[in-house]
Design a protein around this ligand. Structure first.
Ligand SMILES: N=C(N)NCCC[C@H](NC(=O)CCC(=O)O)C(=O)O
Length: 449
């Protein structure tokens, strides 16, 4: 029998991966600011996870990184002259701006877009809306190229609908799939799409975080649901707990994860947990399979342990036998309280029956765990056949990309290196080759010249 599957498309870490403390409200990003990074190790750690999932039988894709440093943005901000002069001036006059246009943050593809599978949309196509990521300057420049990469990866307009990002303004702050989860009995049937927002832009009577920004608004979520033509009874909107945001939960995927008929979340994740459960159950309706809620009590695992370990920033994956596997970062194993909770969870009678640990330290040090690194796309067999095949992970692509990383990437980068014109050249050469490996066509600005 042919049935729909859920593919994971991971962001390949770009050659300028570095720690610049750019994300106020993201504790790891702030804590590791100015530490040296290792782009080569970062890219390889990501590839190991992708390959392991492909080996387990999951469909695994790769989304290309963006061109960084992004010279067109520096020029738009008034820096002039040769590329070398632009970089030198930026380092001298505005080093944080240079760091922002050099960030490899597109690796966290959970923020690339919101995706609605064809079973949920009125026209029966898979819908993509790149996230405007407007709350952080370094991320707000991602969406135009993200849109091009998604089009080159999912090219068939009969099956894939690509929307433009929402207006780039705080009122429509959109962080993509990091705040979106889909529940379903199987990937090919009508799902329930859960949109989680940090605040309402226009309804100021709703609570807001006090310390850190709420990056994602209710109004953005509603706009995406409209654009994707979801049936209103299968779209649920829930507010994040502002206290969780103030404790460092800058995206909901740091404190909750859903898959199939399971919602695994922390007691303090949502402003009104009872309402979240009631709304999801109403939308779920009468089905053969029950919707499971696995709620982790604050007394057992605190919010600060969630932020430190990234327990919930895990990938919850359905195995062929119906059980689910949780893909967690090494930090979960290193936190005694969290690890012992997980052992108890595995012994309970829930669909979550297996845990696998991955070393993603390079990404984790910027606040990006396993779930941040992937964009989920549920696909029917004919949609999967229409995906650009060169982007799908297998033995050969794994070897090719490892060699490509080995050839082009540095193993140490600090902020001052970002103005090195050789780094720009190395990155462009690497990406030029990558567009051939992944058969993406010419999508970068430097390739248009
Ligand atoms: N939770 C999900 N889905 N994604 C995690 C994104 C991490 C990213 N960090 C950064 O952008 C740090 C970059 C720096 O500081 O150099 C962010 O805050 O947007």
């Amino acid at each position: 029998m042919h049935s729909a599957i859920e593919a994971n498309f991971d962001g390949l870490v770009g050659p300028t991966h570095n720690y610049s403390g750019l994300s106020f409200g993201n504790v790891a990003s702030e804590n590791n600011s100015a530490n040296p990074s290792n782009p080569k190790a970062a890219a390889k750690q990501g590839l190991v996870k992708m390959k392991a999932l492909a080996d387990l039988g999951f469909v695994q894709g790769v989304l290309a990184p963006h061109e960084r440093p992004h010279l067109p943005t520096l020029r738009a901000l008034g820096f002039t002259g040769s590329d070398q002069q632009v970089l030198a001036q930026a380092l001298k006059q505005a080093p944080k701006v240079l760091a922002a246009v050099s960030s490899a943050s597109c690796m966290w593809t959970a923020n690339a877009a919101t995706v609605s599978p064809s079973a949920d949309t009125l026209d029966g196509r898979v819908h993509f809306t790149p996230a405007n990521l407007v709350n952080k300057f370094h991320r707000s420049i991602e969406h135009p190229v993200t849109g091009r990469i998604l089009q080159a990866t999912f090219p068939d307009p009969e099956r894939f609908a690509h929307h433009a990002a929402l207006p780039s303004v705080d009122h429509f702050g959109d962080e993509g799939a990091a705040n979106h989860t889909r529940f379903c009995s199987d990937y090919g049937s009508q799902g329930v799409e859960l949109f989680v927002y940090g605040m309402s832009a226009f309804n100021t009577s709703l609570p807001r975080p006090q310390r850190y920004p709420a990056r994602h608004t209710l109004e953005a979520s509603q706009a995406v649901a409209r654009k994707h033509d979801l049936s209103p009874e299968h779209a649920v909107f829930v507010q994040q707990n502002p206290e969780a945001i103030d404790a460092g939960v800058f995206h909901n995927d740091v404190i909750a994860v859903g898959n199939g008929n399971v919602h695994f979340y922390h007691e303090k994740a949502f402003l009104d947990t009872a309402q979240m459960r009631a709304d999801l159950l109403r939308s779920w309706g009468e089905r053969d399979t029950p919707l499971h809620f696995v709620e982790v009590p604050d007394a057992v695992v605190s919010v600060s342990d969630c932020v430190q370990s990234y327990l919930f920033n895990s990938q919850l994956l359905s195995r062929a036998n119906g059980d689910m596997t949780l893909i967690v970062p090494g930090e979960v194993q290193q936190n005694e309280r969290v690890w012992s909770y997980l052992q108890e969870l595995l012994a309970q009678n829930t669909p979550i029956q297996d845990v696998q640990v991955f070393d993603l330290k390079q990404s984790m040090s910027n606040g990006g765990g396993p779930a941040c690194l992937r964009l989920r796309v549920a696909l029917t067999p004919s949609e999967l056949a229409a995906v650009n095949p060169a982007t799908l992970m297998n033995e050969q692509l794994f070897d090719t990309l490892n060699q490509w990383v080995e050839k082009h990437y540095r193993d140490r980068l600090v902020e001052a290196d970002l103005a090195d014109p050789n780094l720009l050249q190395e990155s462009r050469q690497a990406l030029d080759e990558l567009t051939q490996i992944l058969q993406l066509g010419s999508l970068y600005d430097f390739q248009q010249i």
